[in-house]
Design a protein around this ligand. Structure first.
Ligand code: TNX
Length: 512
């Protein structure tokens, strides 16, 4: 064939050049403004460099780490101007007020790629967009001999809400630090910026507390259904926090109380009103346990736990649970809240908790997390009226542990079935009476783990729904429609295949 003219059909590289897998309009979450330009594609090549300034160095190294395995290119990270070589330039500062602290501006043209942001976090989030403009094969772990076209055009982007979260329940089943890191990488690509770790529950206590060592060594041994337990040492937790930070994700640790405390009450007899340790529980009942509200030792315990956890948690939020305290009387629940809220404040943290805490009139800085299933909740509406921001996780829309359909192998259905469209087609600023745009802190998608054992299980429930919650939290309301989203979502699936994500192939989406 040597010497034949290179027509479009005979030259696979040219065909790829003509048709990138995705354009700048196909990104998830949908950018605020995206203008595709098919004549402006940029082709990565062995001479490409990644150019950046001091503040962009970490993100540049991260980007190089993403692009090197599949391309096999050197992609050196350089500073300043190196004449002539085609570059991906990451620039911090002077990105304009409009993009704020998390936004970015991206320009892809034949001569190179320029990404500008006011912060390194903005650069990191812009890099997630950039990744999606490359062929899915970019996520392969070994060198692929092919061309690497980045779709041409411009993007101007910033988030609708500051809090875009995922929650992982590591208490019902324990997930190792490596498993949590894998999930962090999976959610980071959709611009999720918060990972809430549900660290304690009836079936297990998962964080080392040095002043109460048996919480971990005894309370950490159990899990649902007799599965092996486990816990994070403080060193392991700090390492997780650091890893998350490298993906610009903040960890919010949760200590659930005064209910969901059986593991603690099993570990220490003195936490029980009658001074007798309770037996361990590995079933999935809720609402039977309570700390002893009228004992001083209870508040010594809470103080110690919050002090130690605050010291290893750089993020501002600490979640104190508060849900389903059916074995605590309303008066005791209020007493407990009145004593515990100042402890959190004393250690410099801002309270989050399930929306049950709204009825205790927490400080206005506190962020109740709405997990109800109907559009009215008087206590939450009153909290919003007092000035509390609300984190939206309505269980019939945003619970990643709900089944997709009656036959889904994993998950529960108490809040309903959540197919991909149901999970996407709602808005956090209109779901709840009395809670409008300015009252909303953001969106979080909780993944409870009663039925989940492996990382495949996590992936099957989180994908394809999680990108939808990321988009609800990030993209302007006006640019979100199910009909357009399902097409963009479909184009994500080849990436998940490359990444080894075991996702649910919903029939609502025509997967690529
Ligand atoms: C309710 S939602 C709970 C959890 C369960 C979950 C299962 C909430 C704040 N509490 O204890 O794991 O349902 O879907």
């Amino acid at each position: 064939t040597f010497g034949l003219p290179a027509t479009a059909s005979a030259d696979p590289a040219a065909a790829q050049r003509a048709k990138p897998e995705r354009t700048v309009s196909d990104v998830v979450p949908a950018p605020v403004e995206a203008k595709p330009d098919p004549r402006a594609d940029f082709r990565l090549n062995p001479a490409t460099v990644i150019r950046t300034d001091r503040d962009g160095k970490q993100v540049a190294d991260y980007l190089a780490g993403l692009l090197r395995p599949a391309t096999g290119y050197r992609l050196p990270v350089v500073s300043g101007h190196r004449g002539g070589r085609p570059a991906i330039s990451l620039e911090t500062g002077h990105a304009g007020g409009r993009v704020g602290t998390e936004g970015y501006q991206l320009k892809v043209s034949p001569g190179g790629v320029t990404l500008k942001a006011n912060t390194d976090k903005g650069l990191f989030l812009g890099v997630q967009t950039l990744r999606q403009l490359l062929p899915s094969a970019i996520d392969a772990k070994t060198v692929q001999h092919r061309s690497w076209v980045i779709s041409g055009g411009t993007v101007l982007d910033y988030p609708r809400f500051g809090y875009r979260g995922a929650m992982l329940d590591v208490a019902r089943h324990f997930f190792t630090p490596a498993q949590v890191k894998l999930y962090i990488d999976q959610i980071a690509q959709y611009k999720i910026n918060t990972l809430h770790l549900h660290l304690t529950d009836d079936q297990g206590w998962r964080i080392e507390i040095k002043s109460w060592p048996k919480l971990a060594t005894v309370g950490g041994q159990t899990a649902v259904g007799g599965a092996p337990g486990g816990y994070y040492t403080q060193e392991q937790y700090k390492d997780l926090v650091r890893y998350a930070a490298s993906r610009h994700i903040t960890i919010v640790p949760e200590i659930d109380m005064p209910g969901h405390t059986n593991a603690a009450q099993h570990s220490y007899a003195e936490l029980n009103c009658d001074g007798v340790a309770v037996p361990p529980r590995t079933d999935i009942e809720v609402g039977y346990s309570s700390l002893c509200i009228n004992k001083d030792i209870t508040y010594k315990f809470v103080d110690d736990v919050i002090r130690e956890l605050s010291a290893i948690t750089p993020g501002k939020y600490l979640n104190i649970g508060g849900d389903e305290a059916h074995s605590t009387t309303p008066a005791d629940y209020q007493t407990f809240a009145t004593k515990v809220h100042p402890i959190v404040t004393k250690y410099g943290k801002t309270i989050t908790g399930w929306h049950d805490i709204a009825k205790t009139k927490p400080p206005v800085s506190a962020v109740p997390q709405f997990w109800g299933t109907t559009g009215t909740d008087a206590h939450v509406a009153e909290a919003a009226a007092r000035g509390n921001k609300i984190l939206m996780s309505p269980a019939n829309k945003a619970y990643l542990d709900m089944k997709y359909h009656p036959q889904t192998r994993l998950g529960q259905d108490w809040a309903g079935l959540i197919e991909v469209k149901t999970g996407y087609d709602w808005d956090p600023a209109t779901y709840l009476q009395g809670v409008t745009e300015q009252n909303v802190a953001g969106v979080e998608a909780p993944l409870w783990s009663e039925t989940l054992v492996t990382s495949d299980d996590i992936e099957f429930m989180a994908f394809p729904r999680l990108p939808g919650y990321a988009e609800i939290g990030w993209s302007p309301k006006a640019s979100r429609t199910w009909d357009a989203y399902r097409l963009r979502l479909a184009k994500q699936s080849p990436r998940w295949v490359q990444q080894g994500i075991d996702f649910y192939r919903s029939t609502q989406v025509d997967w690529k």
